[in-house]
Design a protein around this ligand. Sequence first.
Ligand code: P6P
Length: 343
Amino acid sequence: MTQSLSSPRTSKQPILTLQQHILQEQKRFPGASGEFSWLLSGITLATKMIQAQVRRAGLTDILGAAGETNVQGELQQKLDVYADEVLMHCLGVRESIGVLASEENEHPLILRAGSPDAKYAVVFDPLDGSSNIDVNGGVGTIFSIMKRPNDESASDPLKWLLQPGTQQVAAGYVVYSSSTMLVYSVGNGAHGFTLDPAIGAYVLSHENIRMPKVGKYYSVNEGNRDSFPPAYSRFLDRLRKGDFGHPYSSRYIGSLVPDFHRTMLKGGIFLYPPTADHPQGKLRLLYEANPIAFIAEQAGGIATNGQGRILDIHPESIHQRTPLIVGSETEMRELARCVAEPR
Ligand code: P6P
């Protein structure tokens, strides 16, 4: 079924919806009784409801802040709140989910951790980059799915969430931009589905995405440059000078999902290094870095915190932050070389 390249599909190929694809992938889970595809359908339904609001944001009074601040101390946009509520609702009715956690809520929602039917924990960022909404910029939903621990730690619902990224059974993101596209993986490659508004279905458009081994874009907030650790400044200087074989262009939206989605399709590198304001990094491990890293690796990319693989990090808290550097083999190798150089 998988094509050799991640070239967009042509009109000659039959339409394959996300639901059909999930059912096909479901067969990889021995003994799965359709509960996994039922779980994922909760995410796809929620993201269709979210995109319906995002694409009308300028037309309703939903613009602007909801007046509250979330656990991150960030002013909640009304769409943040809506997206969080929609995901909580659509996923809350999936019996296979025991624990839900969101960027918008300080504490996880323990649904049915004691039930034998509850096998998964889902953690999500309902609407990442929402400060871009008012300026019609790209925003995204990011999700990560982990299985209930199979040891005594399962008695503590928090431990369902505090597992390293290697324990993810699925992860994905939805980018709400010029089109709405969902990219997901269950460990069998990363696949992209574009929402066809005419039929209200996500249709396979980018099968088995392969991140190019080298790119021509780098993506970083240059405004933080003076506070990056020296190795990152050395890397960016070399990149700009063409030391890695060709000139690069800078692309930065300030919204993780579209910034990463470009890197997935075009290659290159996205960096959120430690900064003066965020010495541990700004992005969150559980519902930003881990799912992005899972998808990146499934597409042949690399994701680290500057020192080691993102997916190997053992989380200590659900809102834990981390530096995130993710991209093509070439640029990631050159960054690692700069980091390894004596100070
Ligand atoms: P900065 C959005 O607030 C976000 O969490 C990510 O989507 C994005 O990559 C990052 O923060 C942007 O942060 O400091 O560059 O504005």
